[in-house]
Design a protein around this ligand. Structure first.
Ligand SMILES: NC(=O)c1ccc[n+]([C@@H]2O[C@H](COP(=O)([O-])OP(=O)(O)OC[C@H]3O[C@@H](n4cnc5c(N)ncnc54)[C@H](OP(=O)(O)O)[C@@H]3O)[C@@H](O)[C@H]2O)c1
Length: 238
């Protein structure tokens, strides 16, 4: 009779590890849901409290609560991470307005959250990423390809993020580095942007967060003979 316990001699399969920043809500939570079946997840947000709903929904995941612009706290948070297969830089802020109305604080806060914090988290995790020949996915934006009126500060941070990705790809040849440029996505951030524009919010005008999350999975699952460098997604209003 055939052995009914077919798995008893199989090697133990260890799931790859993925860290997703900004996973408490919006696109980051959708990326966490998308990767949960296949990855050991570390999920980031500013506080443990913000992470409670997504961690209850995905009980196998571990919280990574840290303010990403507090670089001493970030260094402490990454200490236990020795090997990292996937790093998704999703956390970000959008503070819109014209250049005429902008302030130094707005420029500093936006560049700090969307660019400098990404650079520092990546730098601190390079040994762990190299150990896994890992994949860095940067959630950029359509605003990282075109800078329109009223979007200058945010666009500058996302153009900078694109430059960071390109330099990282050239320097760290053992890693894969993908910039994803979605158009407007149905999230809290988009609700605030549309409210600021004084328009009614119609979720169906925007990309579903789950669709952009699927693009992250596709990038990560691309066979190793290809390097997905840029992915651009524009919404089709339904
Ligand atoms: N929504 C869009 O239309 C759109 C379009 C293109 C690209 N994007 C990009 O997609 C990404 C996600 O956007 P979203 O719409 O999902 O945003 P969201 O709904 O505003 O969520 C932002 C997430 O980032 C986290 N976060 C922000 N600043 C942080 C910091 N300094 N330290 C730690 N965590 C921080 C927030 O954590 P807390 O919960 O703790 O605040 C939250 O989890 C951003 O990079 C954004 O630029 C968005």
């Amino acid at each position: 009779m055939a052995n009914s316990d077919a798995t008893s001699n199989d090697p133990v399969t260890v799931q790859p590890t993925a860290l997703v920043t900004g996973a408490s809500r919006g696109l980051g939570a959708a990326i966490a849901r998308e990767l949960a079946p296949t990855h050991r997840l570390l999920l980031g947000a500013r506080t443990s409290q913000a992470l409670e709903p997504i961690l209850s929904e995905l009980p196998g995941a571990t919280g990574f609560p840290v303010e990403l612009t507090d670089y001493e706290a970030v260094a402490r948070a990454v200490e236990p991470v020795e090997r990292l297969d996937v790093l998704v830089h999703n956390a970000g802020v959008a503070d819109l307005g014209t250049i005429a109305d902008s302030s130094v604080a707005q420029w500093r806060n936006t560049l700090e959250a969307n660019l400098i914090a990404v650079a520092e988290l990546t730098r601190l995790l390079l040994p762990a990423l190299r150990a896994a020949n890992g994949h860095v996915v940067l959630i950029n934006s359509g605003a990282g390809l075109r800078a329109n009126a009223g979007w200058g500060v945010y666009a500058a941070s996302k153009f900078g993020l694109r430059a960071f990705a390109d330099a990282l790809r050239s320097e760290e040849t053992g890693l894969r580095v993908t910039s994803i440029h979605p158009g407007r996505i149905d999230t809290d951030m988009q609700r605030e942007i549309v409210a600021g524009e004084g328009r009614d919010y119609r979720p169906r005008d925007f990309l579903a967060a789950s669709t952009v999350a699927r693009a992250v999975r596709n990038a990560v699952e691309t066979p190793r003979d290809a390097h997905p460098t840029e992915i651009v997604l524009r919404p089709i209003p339904r």
